[in-house]
Write a protein of this length. Structure first.
Length: 190
C-alpha cells in the first residue's frame, strides 16, 4: 500500500472512531487526499495527546498562554514526521510537497477554534519558532525527543493501517501524551 493510501485510510478510520453515538460516516477513500489527511491526523493526534497528558488548554489560554504555542510546535513536529514519507512519494510523482505554511494555519485553526485571529497568529508564530528551535537543536535530549516522536508517528500509521502490526492505534495514542508532557515540561522550565 502506498503511503498516501495509508494516510487516507487512517484518516477515515480515525474519523469513524470519533463518532461517539455509534453512527458512522459514509466513507469513500476517493473523497480524501493525503495532504488533507495529514492535516486531520496531526490535529487528531495532538488533541489525543493533550487529553492523555491531562492538559487544560482552556485554562492555559488565560494562565499560561505560551503553552498553546508548545501544542502548536508539537503538532507541527507530528505533521513533519507524517509528511516526510509523503513528500518523497509526491516528489517521485512530480507533485509538490505538503506546504508547511498552509499546514500551520489549518492545524492551528483546528486545534484552537474560537480563538481570535490575533491570538491565533501569536500561537502560530511562537509555535513555529519553537518548532524550528526543536528541529535545529543539536543537544542530545532534543535529538532523542525528535527520534522518539518520529518513531511513534510511524508506529501510529502502521498500527492503524496494518493488520499485522503488533500494536493497535489505541495502544499507541497514549504515548503521544507522554511525549507532549516531556515537551511541556521542557518549556515550563525555560
Amino acid at each position: 500500500m502506498d503511503y498516501s493510501k495509508r494516510l487516507t485510510l487512517l484518516h477515515a478510520l480515525c474519523l469513524a472512531d470519533s463518532y461517539d453515538d455509534g453512527a458512522k460516516p459514509n466513507i469513500s477513500l476517493d473523497d480524501y487526499n493525503a495532504v488533507d489527511s495529514a492535516h486531520y491526523l496531526t490535529s487528531f493526534v495532538t488533541f489525543r495527546a493533550i487529553q492523555a497528558a491531562m492538559r487544560q488548554p482552556v485554562d492555559e489560554r488565560h494562565n499560561n498562554f505560551d503553552m498553546l504555542s508548545v501544542y502548536q510546535a508539537y503538532a507541527m513536529l507530528i505533521f513533519a514526521f507524517l509528511t516526510l514519507p509523503l513528500s518523497h512519494e509526491l516528489a517521485a510523482e512530480g507533485e509538490a510537497a505538503p506546504d508547511l505554511t498552509t499546514a500551520q494555519v489549518v492545524i492551528a485553526k483546528t486545534l484552537f477554534a474560537g480563538i481570535s485571529d490575533a491570538e491565533l497568529m501569536e500561537i502560530i508564530e511562537s509555535g513555529f519558532h519553537k518548532f524550528k528551535l526543536i528541529g535545529d537543536a543539536e543537544a542530545e535530549h532534543w535529538a532523542e525527543f525528535r527520534e522518539n516522536l518520529d518513531k511513534l508517528t510511524v508506529s501510529f500509521v502502521v498500527a492503524g493501517t496494518d493488520d499485522d502490526s503488533p500494536h493497535s492505534k489505541e495502544e499507541v495514542l497514549p504515548l503521544f501524551g507522554q511525549l507532549l508532557s516531556q515537551l511541556c515540561e521542557a518549556f515550563e522550565r525555560d
